[in-house]
Structures are given as structure tokens and as C-alpha cells.
Design a binder for this molecule. Structure first.
Ligand SMILES: Nc1ncnc2c1ncn2[C@@H]1O[C@H](COP(=O)(O)OP(=O)(O)O)[C@@H](O)[C@H]1O
Ligand SMILES: [Mg+2]
Length: 315
């Protein structure tokens, strides 16, 4: 292989049926012709407002739901062409952390059993399990006394550490972290981000880190993908996106961040957001875009710059 891609995603689409439309079925695209790559040992941040399709992309990559169109290659192979053995290995090499560990951890199981379950599913021999379970809990920043407790005995941050311990117990290559810090207070958020960063370094993990919060994503990611209504607006290296956003939507997101440095205050002037009637086809951001012109009613061009992709006429 001439690249180090873990995932290659090409024009991925997922459509859902819309309620109503009694006589003619109506659909909308939750994910609309989305293309990106994930390299080995990197954290890719996927940011966008609620309903923009972030979780759907995460679930598609893990093959938890079926795609409508497009391609997903994992280690060079189409995940829809896996045979049984490859499918099993894929399940072992990938995992997910959810926003709310309260609902993702079985309240009737002790932490030990919670961590043992994936090992049993993947037929790890009993004599190895104990050591792996202890290593995972320690790696996640808790001590082994937690193994004897129930999820309800733990704080939100501790529960999220258990969820992370479970996600790494099979030593995966890829993790989807779907808003893993959104239910936590700010100082706990930071600890969980540090933990995920450390695990990425130690285990050469790749992570798709999903959040509606550009601040959080900017903190942890090597690269960022900005999503709006199922479409990528812009993607590139974190530093480039944060310091020189090119897409009007990214600019708006960054301008709305709390300003950290007093000397930067007032620098980020933006033309006012407008609200137009939605148009069929064309740029999905047209209805809010300060720069919108008639040409935006057709598909925006993809502008390829160095390590950067922007979907806009005005970039
Ligand atoms: N199973 C489903 N059936 C119908 N619509 C869905 C389903 N899952 C998600 N959606 C819709 O797809 C869009 C994207 O959802 P989602 O990926 O959860 O967004 P995000 O994670 O960015 O908040 C939303 O409008 C949501 O209502
Ligand atoms: Mg979501």
C-alpha cells in the first residue's frame, strides 16, 4: 500500500424516509456524498450542529447501520465485501464510546463483567482475560478496586473511563468517540480528552472524535472535518482550520467561540448571517450564507488546497 489510510470513505450516503408523503415516498439525506480519509494513529474531529449527521457517519464506519450509497474501505478493503472471518476481525479492531455511559453500561453487571463481555464474545481464553481486564482499567486511569463495583457506584467521569476501558479491551485499531465528553463537567471533559490522547499515543490508535463543540474538537484533533446538513463544508489540519477558516460556515463557528485572548477580541469580524428560503439542490448552507449568490444554487465546487478541502465558491 502506498498510503497509510485506515479508512477511505468515498461519496458515502445515507438516506432516511421522511414521515408523511402518503402517495409518494419522500427521503432526505442524513449523510450526503461525504468523502474523507482517516490515517493510522490520528484523531480526526467531526464537528457540526445537532442533526448534521455526525453519529450517522460514525455508525456507518463501524457498519452498525447500512449505507445507501458510496464506499467505505478499511485497510484497503470494502467493508461490505467482508467474508465471515474478516467481519469478525473488523468487529475486534473497531469499537465505540458513547455520550452517556449511564445508558451504555449494563447497570446489573459489575465492572469486571462489563469488561469481560467483549473478551468472551471474541473467544479470548479465560486464563488471559483477568490480566487484560486489569490492564484496561488501569490504562483508563482507575484502579482495580473498581472492578468489583457497579456502574451506579461511579461518578460520570469514572463511568466514562469504564466505557473507554471496555472500548480498548480488545486492543482495537479504531474507535469512534461519539460526544464522549458532552455529558461531563468541564474539568472532567479535559481529563477524558487527555486520556483519549494518551491512549492514541500508546496504542497507535485512530479515533473519529465526534462533537458539536468546536472548542473540544480543536483541543484533541489532528485534523477536523466540518459537517453541515450531511455535507462536508471544509476539512483540513486543526491548526489551519482554527487559524484560517475558509468556508463561511467554519468562520461562523469560530467567530462564535468564546475569545481566549483579549488582544484577539474584535478581530473576528464577520458579515451578518442571512436567512433565505431553502432551495432544492446546490449548496446546503446557501440559506444562511452571508455570501450567497445565484451560482450557489448549483453544487459548490471542491477546492483542493494543500492538506485542505473546501466546498464553496467563495473560499
Ligand atoms: N433511524 C433514523 N431514522 C430517521 N431519521 C434518522 C435516523 N437516525 C438519524 N436520523 C436523522 O438523521 C439526521 C442526522 O442524525 P445524526 O447523525 O444523529 O446527527 P448528529 O449526530 O449530528 O446530531 C437527523 O435529522 C436525524 O433526525
Ligand atoms: Mg449525534
Amino acid at each position: 500500500m502506498d498510503n497509510d489510510y485506515l479508512f477511505e470513505v468515498v461519496e458515502l450516503e445515507k438516506k432516511y424516509r421522511i414521515e408523511g408523503g402518503l402517495f409518494k415516498k419522500k427521503y432526505f439525506y442524513a449523510v450526503n456524498k461525504v468523502s474523507f480519509n482517516i490515517y493510522r494513529n490520528e484523531i480526526v474531529g467531526l464537528v457540526g450542529e445537532s442533526g448534521s449527521g455526525k453519529s450517522t457517519i460514525g455508525r456507518l464506519l463501524l457498519k452498525l447501520i447500512d449505507k445507501t450509497n458510496g464506499k467505505i474501505l478499511f485497510e484497503g478493503k470494502d467493508i461490505y465485501s467482508f467474508d465471515k472471518q474478516e467481519e469478525k476481525l473488523f468487529r475486534k479492531k473497531t469499537s465505540i464510546i458513547f455520550q452517556d455511559p449511564r445508558s451504555s453500561l449494563n447497570p446489573r453487571m459489575k465492572i469486571y463483567q462489563i469488561l469481560e463481555e467483549p473478551l468472551i464474545v471474541h473467544k479470548v481464553k479465560k486464563k488471559f482475560r483477568d490480566e487484560i481486564i486489569k490492564q484496561s482499567i488501569i490504562n483508563s486511569g482507575l484502579d482495580i478496586s473498581f472492578l468489583d463495583r457497579y456502574p451506579s457506584d461511579l461518578s460520570g467521569g469514572q463511568r466514562q473511563r469504564v466505557a473507554i476501558a471496555r472500548a480498548i479491551v480488545l486492543n482495537p485499531e479504531f474507535i469512534v468517540a461519539d460526544e464522549p465528553t458532552s455529558a461531563l463537567d468541564v474539568s472532567t471533559q479535559l481529563q477524558i480528552i487527555k486520556l483519549i490522547e494518551r491512549l492514541k499515543e500508546e496504542r497507535a490508535l485512530s479515533v473519529l472524535f465526534i462533537s458539536h463543540d468546536l472548542n473540544v474538537v480543536g483541543n484533541i484533533s489532528d485534523r477536523i472535518i466540518v459537517l453541515y446538513r450531511g455535507k462536508i463544508m471544509e476539512q483540513g489540519r486543526t491548526k489551519d482550520i482554527l487559524t484560517s477558516p475558509l468556508h463561511p460556515y467554519t468562520k461562523m463557528l469560530i467567530a462564535s467561540l468564546p475569545v481566549n485572548h483579549p488582544k484577539d477580541r474584535g478581530k473576528k469580524e464577520l458579515p451578518k448571517e442571512v436567512f433565505r428560503k431553502d432551495v432544492e439542490g446546490g449548496c446546503v448552507f446557501y440559506h444562511r450564507c452571508p455570501y450567497g449568490e445565484d451560482k450557489c444554487k448549483t453544487e459548490p465546487p471542491i477546492k483542493n488546497l494543500k492538506n485542505r478541502e473546501v466546498y464553496c465558491h467563495f473560499a
